[in-house]
Ligand binder design. Sequence first.
Ligand code: SF4
Length: 240
Amino acid sequence: MMPAPKIGGLVPFSSCDYPGELACVVFLAGCPWRCGYCHNPHLQAREQHDAAPQWDEILIWLKTRRGLLDAVVFSGGEPLIEPQLPEMMRAVKALGFKIGLHSGGAYPKRLQECLPYLDWVGFDIKSDFMLYEKITAVTGSGAVASASLKLLLASKVALECRSTIHPSLHSEDELIALAQALSDLGVQRYVLQAFRSAGCAEPALINSAQLHFAQFPQPATLAAIEQQFASFQFVSALAA
Ligand code: SF4
């Protein structure tokens, strides 16, 4: 028998985690990457959180939410780390909810198993795929993320790509080149989000962000990126 899914938390109501839909968010515990700017480092370890409900409790609760919520979003950590995720999605879909996923694509094989159930994905893009290790601290992370993005683009699941940017981790030229590369692959919706210090455990990233964010990215950089996509949004640090 498979062990119970490892739940890191549950947000019972959210209007901002699945575009246009009222959703709850199930946080799955565990992530194979170690991004310095991670704002959920408490979800990196692969363990059920004491304060979080068990998955069978969440399923029972979801039966009382039919007609009140539109969607269930699986987030993390990296939710694809959970071996039972495809079965969890199947059970949620059977209750009539749409399925959303927040992922960086660390496990393309499991993503493929989830594709039949997915309605929308918010896909985290760290940087050019060749430069992923600089952010994730894990060799090969760019290759699996690239494979996952290609699976999503081929699937026609509704997709929004997002990048958290930091002046110490991304140059203006890299951001423009990344936007061009994503557009060339077929990405149509893109969000750039400025690094936020909440939850970040690296003082050097916090300090350098305070020094440089007033000028980063430059308006000309944002204009060059915007023209690559049908939909583009920049969420500045000031909006935090
Ligand atoms: S992939 Fe996401 S959850 Fe994992 S370490 Fe990076 S920012 Fe944190």
